[in-house]
Each structure stands twice: as C-alpha cells, then as structure tokens.
Write a protein that binds this ligand. Structure first.
Ligand SMILES: Cc1cc2nc3c(=O)[nH]c(=O)nc-3n(C[C@H](O)[C@H](O)[C@H](O)COP(=O)(O)OP(=O)(O)OC[C@H]3O[C@@H](n4cnc5c(N)ncnc54)[C@H](O)[C@@H]3O)c2cc1C
Length: 446
C-alpha cells in the first residue's frame, strides 16, 4: 500500500481531513470523482459546477465570523486554532460581507487545491470510488450528493434501505424561548410516566388563521434534479397537508385528542407539539412540521402559534435531497462505523449541516485518524467547545429517531453554570469554549 489513509471525496470535509493528516507526515490518497476521465468514473454531482477541490456549491458565505456571540463564528475561531486549511483559504479569498465571512469561491477552491497539491505525501487522484474499501484506514467524505454506487455500498453496510431521499426538516426551537405560561408538558392520553411533549394549544379561530397562512405562504421550488428523488408520504410538508383540506392537519400532526389543556380541562381545537431534540433538552423540534415555506415566512407564521410568539429558531425547516447516515446509532464517538471500524465518516454525510460544520468534522476525522496511526490516545474536544458540541451531537447525543442534519448552535452546548443572564449567555458560551480549547489544543498539536 502506498498510503496510510484513503480519503474519498475532495469537498470541504475531505480536503480538510487530507490537510490535517498530510501536514503530520502521513501519506494520503485523496480520491475525487470530479475531473476524472470518463473511463475512471469522472462525473459531477448535480450541484457541483467545477472540478476544483472544496467547491462551494451554493452560497459563497461561511456565515458569521463573530466568535464572541455566534456559534459558527466560534467554530471558525476553533478551526483557525487547529490550523484549518479551509479557514486559511477563506482568509485569502475573503470578500466584503459585513460581519460574515464570504469568499470568492474560485479563489477559495484554488487556494485549497494549491495547498494540498504542494503537500508531500499527498496524492490527489481523480477517480470515482464505487465500493467501501474492505481494509485500510479510510475516511468517507462524499457529501450530501454521494455518487450512487458508493451510496448503495454504504447503504448495504449500514442496513439503510436508501440513503438518498428528501430530507424532511422540521424547525427546531430553543427551549428557553418557548412561553410555558401558555404551553404545557404532557404525553397524549398521559401515556407513560413522563410528560414528554411541549403542547401549544390553538382555539378554532387561531387554527383557521394558521391554516390559511400555511396555504397562502410563499414556498421554495424544487430544483430540477431534485424532482427525480423518491418522495415519502411520511415526509409530507405541512403546507401540502394543509392544501388537502381544512381539517387534515387536525387528524395529523396537529391532532388534539388525548391532550387535556390543564387550564380548561378540555382538548383544544388543535395542538402543535414539540419534542426534545438533544440530550441537554435545550432544543426542541416541531413534530411533523417539515416544510418548504420560505424561511422568513416560517418565522412569521410559526410565531403566531400560541406559546411560540417569541420563538427563537435553532434551525428552520426545509426539504431537499440529501444523503446522510443515522450517525448517533451507526458511528462511534470517533466517527468510525461500528460495524467496520477501519472506516470513518466526515462532513455532511454524518448529518452535520453547512460548509463550516462539514469542514470541522473533516478536521476532527483527520486528527482522530492521525492519532490512531501514530499510536496516541485520542483526546475528545471538550463538550463546551463548538467542535466538541457538534461531535457529541452527531456521535450519540442527538435523538436517533428524529435525527436530521444540524448546524452548530448554542443549543448543542451544555448551559453555562452557574446560570448566566440571557443577555450575557452567548459571551459566556464563547468565553468558556475558548478557555477549554486552550487546555485541549496542546494534546492535539503534534
Ligand atoms: C444543493 C446544495 C446547496 C447547499 N448550499 C449550502 C450553502 O449555501 N451553505 C452551506 O453552508 N451549506 C450548503 N449546503 C450543505 C453542505 O454544507 C455542503 O453540501 C458542503 O459542501 C458539504 O461538504 P462535504 O465535504 O461533506 O461534501 P461536498 O463538499 O459535497 O464534497 C463531497 C465530494 O465528494 C465527491 N464524491 C462524491 N461521491 C464520490 C465518489 N463515489 N468517489 C469520489 N468522489 C466522490 C464529490 O464530487 C465532492 O467533491 C448545500 C448542499 C446542497 C446539496
């Protein structure tokens, strides 16, 4: 074997993982299907437009660069401290965008590719890989649009029926922005010992207004290539259900039966339920509320739900084609496939969402693999850092049943102790993360 690690996929995650390994003197084969000859499987995903490594497929923004009040800005900071190639290339390609870090996408991709090409011991091979390798340390970083044959091989290894499907995303709300003077905790028919759901009651007038808002609301259109992807009844967007009849939702996700409102002792006309989304209980998803409504429309309409009038959203709903694993079940804490531990996953295929998050998980996969190859103990990043919080969420802390791609956000972090006033909480999260990162970095900078 001519390499120590095989990385499949030269996007954000694969490029960052390759960098972290190669600069530690390890030999890497980085396989990227774009730019390969036809005989070697060369093809582009439906979203990629170029053959450049680390292509940004849509927006040119790596989002907020504020490392004092914003979780993704904090992730930037942490990645820079770990000598991230993606962050270094972004600095060179930066274009003005206020407090956001936006880049010239061509310069960005060229910077990443030039840095990797110059690394001794790193071979960039333009080839499509169709099967999971049976042996040898491997990082799969083929992204949300993994080529079909490999997706099939991953599906066979993980027991998933199909990995390419419409990813039905329901909005997620920060628990501390929900008005519990209006909502109440209960399970339907008081089943079980625990009161697992937050219930938002609606009277008839509120429900009818909400229904009309769903039907009239502005929606995002499917992209042409998305139209071929299978569509599951279980992932029906809420506004599509609303179009089927005025009461359809009251027999579906907004069903009130078995939910006695403690203030009236009766079932409301309709109920919106929220279910805990992480072990910390800081973020809650709106059950059955997957939607294609435009983001501004979602915020406006969902804040008309009683109890959610001040709701802050950790993530808004959406529906697009995606390939990702049920990582909390399938991967161990080091991103390794439990059933085949020579294989790690990195990037969006693990269920993180976004350019920066994908690159961060690539960075961690590179560091973990480097530790394994050099016989060092792996030190998990502290749970209080953005990298640690994201990793913990993906590898076991998220609820497996409702697992959906997730951006980094403060809801994934353990709340600061002692409790801090809401206004100062973001700064408290970032200050604590930076202090804890200082303790962790010396163990990984080898
Ligand atoms: C349409 C779309 C729009 C998006 N827009 C945004 C956005 O605006 N902002 C944002 O933050 N995030 C966005 N995302 C989400 C996500 O952050 C990006 O998809 C991100 O690029 C994921 O990084 P990655 O490294 O995991 O995958 P990618 O960057 O997609 O890299 C995967 C690489 O693997 C290669 N590959 C695939 N299969 C094989 C194979 N079998 N053999 C060899 N190579 C293979 C691909 O060619 C690709 O280069 C978007 C996703 C999609 C699908």
């Amino acid at each position: 074997m001519t390499h120590d690690v095989h990385i499949i996929g030269g996007g954000l995650a694969g490029s960052e993982a390759a960098w972290q390994l190669a600069r530690r003197g390890l030999r890497v084969r980085l396989s990227e299907m774009r730019g390969a000859s036809a005989g070697n499987g060369g093809e582009r995903s439906p979203a990629h437009q170029t053959d450049g490594l680390a292509e940004l497929v849509c927006s040119n923004s790596l989002r907020s660069d504020d490392d004092e009040k914003n979780a993704v800005g904090l992730l930037h900071y942490e990645m820079r401290r770990c000598d991230s190639l993606i962050m270094a290339a972004a600095a060179k390609a930066q274009v003005p965008a206020g407090s956001a870090l936006a880049v010239d996408r061509d310069v960005f991709s060229a910077e990443v590719e030039a840095a990797l090409t110059a690394q001794p011991g790193l071979d960039i091979v333009r080839e499509r890989i169709d099967r999971l390798p049976e042996a040898g340390l491997t990082i799969i970083a083929t992204g949300p649009l993994t080529a079909e044959a490999l997706a099939g091989s991953i599906g066979a290894a993980t027991g998933a029926q199909s990995l390419a499907f419409f990813d039905a995303i329901a909005p997620i709300v920060y628990r501390d922005s929900i008005d519990m003077d209006v909502c109440w905790m209960a399970s339907r028919w008081d089943k079980g010992d625990t009161k697992d759901y937050i219930n938002c009651p609606m009277d008839k007038a509120q429900y009818l207004a909400f229904h009309a808002g769903l039907v009239a609301g502005e929606k995002t259109e499917f992209k042409q290539w998305e139209a071929d992807t299978p569509y599951f009844q279980a992932c029906m967007p809420i506004e599509v259900m609303a179009e089927r009849g005025v009461d359809t939702l009251r027999f579906g996700p907004m069903k009130p039966v078995g939910l006695d409102d403690p203030r009236t002792g009766r079932w409301p006309h309709a109920v919106v339920q929220l279910r805990q989304d992480n072990k910390l209980g800081t973020i809650w998803n709106m059950v059955g509320f997957q939607t294609k409504l435009k983001h501004a429309e979602q915020v406006r309409l969902f804040r008309t739900i009683p109890g959610l009038q001040n709701a802050e959203f950790a993530r808004l709903g959406g529906l697009h084609r995606n390939t990702f694993l049920n990582s909390p079940v399938l991967l161990d804490r080091q991103l390794r496939l439990r059933s085949a531990p020579h294989i790690r996953f990195a990037g969006q295929i693990t269920g993180c969402e976004g350019y920066v998050e994908s690159a961060a998980v690539g960075l961690l996969a590179g560091l973990m693999t480097a530790a394994e190859l050099t016989g060092r103990d792996w030190q998990t990043p502290p749970r209080t850092t953005a990298m640690g919080a994201l990793l913990a969420h993906i590898t076991g802390d998220a609820e497996a049943e409702s697992y959906q791609p997730m951006n980094v956000n403060f809801g994934l972090f353990p709340p600061p102790t002692p409790e801090v006033k809401k206004k100062q909480r973001k700064e408290a999260y970032t200050a604590r993360a930076k202090a804890d990162l200082d303790l962790w970095i010396p163990g990984i900078v080898v």
